[in-house]
Write a protein that binds this ligand. Structure first.
Ligand code: ASP
Ligand code: MG
Length: 416
């Protein structure tokens, strides 16, 4: 017997038929003797609709009321799934974030989970063999008692957090793809599903543009050592052997991966914009003068490259921001121009960041050099480069994204 969390995303609970399909997946695990907590998202498209309603009601609305509205999508699916499970003879009860409770910070719209009380769920597993159906994406701020939500895609985080709280053996994320791929299969048809990937690598992949899981959920899995299994809810429940190994990708500890490759995946993001600050004085405090105001404006700066000054007097600084924040960033810096003391700004919104990820880079030299050579051979110009222990990223013209991703995917032997 194992204790499992099963998470189903929006497309997996899109209508009553899909919810029936989910109930069959749950039944399979219950029949195999497992204790199960299910975490559900809102029906696909529902959250977008609720967000649009808030905006239509008032473009500038109270974030507490936004949360009251958008958390409702998950409440509906949790109730519907509990009803459906009961209908096929399985004890089930729905739980809203405030009922467990799942307590969070009060950052409405992007709250962080602080604590989850899993005691009642465990008690009910033991006493009544009851399946818990928990609404993802939501919690409650203890002091104010207000409903909070965890940010878009937050049900993944709810699921892993609940798995940690009830000490589950595994957190299964059922979604519309059957695992994590070496890169986006829409760009590289030869992309391969990985059997296993280390938490650190998945964290990079998710942060760098792969959209399979909310980044925070991977962080939580890593900290609490909850193995996360990404698998398809479109596999027929009756075809799955509950004791076999179904297709999917296990996100786990590095030590649990026997055949570690040097490069495991390639991520890319076109939601980037580049800003270069030209001829800034080369003296202490200048970086702070540039990035301070951007941080105050809640603009998330990503790649930062500063040159070593040639004349000892001025230098250039290049960084990227989310494309949606490009104009705001330019405005913020424009206002701070005298304080920073730069000459002028230039930038581009037509850029993309392509990243190569792999734990093996820690112990292999020359991994990035091969990429630079291959990209040069294809005529892809690199605007900026950043590296960390297990990844490197290049900033290129957006028009070359697909070419660059395909080139690197073949280069590192990821095509099969
Ligand atoms: N329903 C929420 C969203 O669409 C949370 C989730 O699905 O993970 O963002
Ligand atoms: Mg999702």
């Amino acid at each position: 017997m194992a204790r499992l969390v099963m998470k189903f995303g929006g497309t997996s609970v899109a209508d009553i038929d899909r919810i029936r399909n989910v109930a069959q997946h749950v039944k399979r695990e219950v029949d195999a003797g497992h204790e199960v907590a299910v975490v559900v998202s809102a029906m696909s498209g529902k959250t977008n609709e609720l967000v649009a309603w808030c905006r239509a009601a008032a473009p500038l609305h109270d974030a507490r009321e936004y949360d009251a509205v958008v958390a409702s999508g998950e409440q509906v699916t949790a109730g519907l799934l509990a009803i459906t499970l009961e209908g096929i003879g399985i004890n089930a009860r729905s739980w809203q974030g405030w009922q467990l409770p799942i307590t969070t910070s009060n950052a409405h719209g992007s709250a962080r989970i602080e604590d989850i009380n899993g005691a009642e769920l465990i008690k009910r597993f033991k006493e009544r063999k009851e399946v818990a159906v928990v609404s993802g994406f939501q919690g409650v701020h203890k002091e104010s008692g207000r409903i909070t939500t965890l940010g878009r895609g937050g049900s993944d985080t709810s699921a892993v957090a609940i798995a940690a709280a009830i000490k589950a053996d595994r957190c299964d994320i059922y979604t519309d793809v059957d695992g994590v791929y070496t890169t986006d299969p829409r760009v590289v048809p030869k992309a391969q599903r990985m059997d296993k990937i280390a938490f650190e690598e998945m964290l990079e992949l998710a942060s760098l543009g792969a959209k399979v899981l909310q980044v925070r959920s991977v962080e939580l899995g890593m900290v609490h050592k909850v193995p996360i299994f990404v698998r398809s809810s479109f596999d027929k429940p009756e075809d799955i052997d509950p004791h076999g190994t179904p297709p999917g990708t296990l996100i786990c500890d590095e030590e649990d991966i026997v055949e570690q490759q040097v490069v495991t995946g390639i991520a890319f993001s076109k939601d980037e914009a580049q800003i270069s600050v030209r001829h800034v004085p080369d003296k202490p405090g200048v970086a702070a003068a540039i990035f301070g105001p951007l941080a105050e404006a809640s603009i998330n700066v990503d790649m930062i490259v500063q040159n070593v000054s040639a004349d000892g007097a001025t230098t250039d600084l290049t960084f990227t921001v989310p494309a949606a924040d490009y104009q705001r960033s330019v405005d913020v810096l424009g206002k701070a121009k005298t304080a920073i003391g730069f000459d002028h700004l230039d930038g581009s919104q037509e850029v993309a960041k392509v990243s190569v990820i792999g734990i093996g880079m820690r112990s292999h030299a020359g991994v990035a050099a091969e990429a630079f050579k291959a990209l040069a051979a294809r005529g892809v110009n690199i605007r900026a480069i950043t590296t960390s222990e297990i990844k490197f990223s290049v900033l290129i013209d957006a028009a070359y994204t697909e070419l660059a991703v395909r080139t690197l995917h073949s280069l590192y032997g990821l095509d099969k």
